[in-house]
Design a protein around this ligand. Structure first.
Ligand SMILES: O=C(O)CCC(=O)C(=O)O
Ligand SMILES: [Fe+2]
Length: 252
């Protein structure tokens, strides 16, 4: 995995074209074949929860469907970064003007996450946690989401970590863990235009292939102002591992 490290935080890895267009289509087909009741609509996106219900005290586990296991097992085996098989997947759907506020993933998960992107490209921003000391505490949270909103921004220690951004192209896999997981907040702006000038993986992006990829434009004559214009939805699969699993599986 070391060859996929991008940027200056060594626990951030990005693999372009992790799945093929045919695999992307198959995943999308399965996602949109799920019953409508599987979707939970939030203010700024909608999501499907697979693998069971995550509680502070652990996972009320439900088997992942085989179409998800194919991809989660591959990530588990190839990355060698999860101590056991991935057992939980959140599928988020974002419309072009939707995003996700800067947050830290909840404490129920192992501090490693793999995010597979489908559909429209987006930029994900990482900012150092405003109060590193508060990352130990568990605050109230939305158990469906299992995300933590940042505590009030009153930095106790100046962070030596710098913000950074990543360009998440369709079919790519992003993995981040440890310091990138617990020392940073990650989020996606809820705007239709995302600038990827500063993205640490911009060379993996559209610059090599400008014009052939939809939604990407280079406004600057000499490479400045690289902008993604989001015209379609983005779907992401957030794959994680909850180590504490309740014994009684939910039967479907
Ligand atoms: O959609 C994404 O890429 C990020 C999703 C995320 O951060 C989450 O579900 O916790
Ligand atoms: Fe997250």
């Amino acid at each position: 995995m070391r060859k996929y490290v991008v940027g200056s935080v060594p626990t951030v890895m990005y693999i372009p074209e992790y799945i093929s267009p045919a695999e992307e289509d198959l995943l999308l087909k399965n996602i949109y074949q799920a019953p409508l009741s599987k979707w939970k609509t939030l203010k700024n996106r909608k999501l499907q929860n697979w693998g069971g219900v995550v509680h502070e005290k652990g996972l009320l586990a439900q088997q992942l469907p085989s179409w998800l296991k194919t991809v989660t097992n591959r990530i588990y085996e190839e990355s060698k970064l999860f101590p056991s098989a991935i057992n939980h997947v959140l599928i988020n759907e974002y419309l072009p003007d939707q995003g996700i506020m800067p947050h830290q993933d909840g404490p129920a998960y192992m501090p490693v996450v793999a995010i597979l992107s489908l559909g429209s490209p987006v930029v994900m921003d990482f900012v150092p946690h405003p109060n590193l000391e508060s990352t130990e505490q568990s605050s109230e949270n939305d158990t469906q989401d299992m995300i933590h909103e940042p505590s009030p921004p009153e930095p106790k220690i100046p962070s030596k970590y710098l913000p950074f951004s990543l360009l998440l192209m369709p079919r790519s896999l992003l993995i981040f863990k440890d310091m990138a997981y617990s020392g940073y907040l990650h989020g996606i702006k809820d705007s239709e235009d995302h600038c990827y000038d500063e993205a640490v993986n911009a060379t993996n992006g559209p610059s090599h292939d400008a014009g052939t990829l939809t939604g990407l434009k280079n406004d600057g004559e000499d490479g400045g102002d690289k902008v993604i214009h989001r015209t379609t939805r983005r779907i992401s699969l957030t794959c994680r591992l909850v180590t504490k699993v309740h014994k009684h599986l939910i039967k479907i």
